[in-house]
Design a protein around this ligand. Sequence first.
Ligand SMILES: Cc1cc2nc3c(=O)[nH]c(=O)nc-3n(C[C@H](O)[C@H](O)[C@H](O)COP(=O)(O)O)c2cc1C
Length: 470
Amino acid sequence: MNSSRAAYDLRSFAAFLEEHGELVRISKEVERQYELPALLEQLEQQHKAFIFDNIKGASFPLIGGLLNSTTRLGQAIGNDISVPYDHRNHAAAYGAASENPVAHIEVETGPVKDVVITGDDIDLADLPVPTFFELDSGAFITGAVGISQDQSDNRLNMGFYRSLITGKDTLVINASSMSDLRQIYATAEESGVAMPIALAIGVPPALLMAASGKTPPGLSELDLAGGLMGQAVEMVKCETSNLLVPAIAEIVIEGVVDFTNKVENTLGEFAGQYGPETAPTTRVTAITHRKNAMYYSIMAGRNPEHNTIGAISTYGMQRVIAGNLCEQFLNIKDINIACEPKLGAMLHIFISIDKQNDAEPRKLLEAAFAATAGIFPVSMIVKRIVIVDDDIDVYNLEEVEWAIWTRLSTVDKIMTIANVKSWELERCVNENMESARVGIDGTMDMNAVDKLIKPVIPGCENVRLEDYLD
Ligand SMILES: Cc1cc2nc3c(=O)[nH]c(=O)nc-3n(C[C@H](O)[C@H](O)[C@H](O)COP(=O)(O)O)c2cc1C
């Protein structure tokens, strides 16, 4: 995979996708509540990018679907995609960027300052923010990256935070218990010093990738994005605070957090369930935007773009677990940590081994559930671990399923663990935030190997149908 060209910003990537027939433009007028999400969901399932030019009552078009496949992740950072590109490829690019970050720089001004709106002119209703599902608390901004500064060390922090619009100039920026923002909120609330915050909407795809999860200690998400882009992210100062925001963002919402006004709110989330959250209100102090700005949105609920970007946050965990387990179990062949809409909010780990005896898979299941992945135990966010033989491609869910249902001979190959500490995104937890975990030994029993061999065509990986078609 060679990086033959520079990474794209939002507009150039949209233009590239449109040129290649992968972006759908819709100019018919659309209601932002329910009608728009109904269309977004269909476009997402087709893995199409989209621009809606005419959303009723809004002053901006809506763009999305840019990163709804792993191929797009590679394309967006400038790879020539002539062979399949999956999370393994992207993890390598992400790892290289983490090792070669490019420090962000502050510049005087940038496109995001083309238009500056303050005071009474601020009206969040101008943005085409969808109301996605029946029981949602209202319209949610989903594709913004939130930028805040840790008062304890002045570090700039970036992440995705679903934000509910509650008024003309108020919104609620949600921070999960795992986010650094939750900690930053707590420090600011305790100190009593005003906390500025900003939402940057329509940023270059590399920033979306960097915002998805936790960076290694000491590495700023912005500098990781610089590493992915091969150039420094240019930042400009906000109009109403000293926070820095990406100069090339389409739209920036600046605000100050009001901890006296916390709001419970609900959104249909990527888990495919409603997720109630409580977070402080942010009072909007300015909106700045580019000329002809586009509003970037990620379809809420169980849809590919969220999980494609979200899976990036598992790369660090993948490295730690792989390192940890491969040291103990020398015959591990491959490990996939899957983050898929069809598997819900929790992660699933698939491990292939060159099994030497029937006791091995159980030992491996126990070790894998007991491992830690950075700051938290694997068991906290992993629902199921499946061990398969090394003839199974752990990146192919269909093969893993096939292995389970053809090789699961006895009940003792299923391991269940009760009352495991979970996190709030798993909605079936009990009052102590605990739930069940499942381990499955989907390997062939040693005495049945001859009966359970998978039929393969020798050399088929070197025979490509394309080479035979006129
Ligand atoms: C599309 C998308 C939406 C997300 N929404 C939220 C959210 O509403 N709240 C949250 O805390 N994390 C959310 N996350 C996960 C955060 O990006 C992740 O927790 C990140 O580490 C937060 O950054 P921080 O830890 O630097 O604060 C979302 C991730 C993605 C990919």
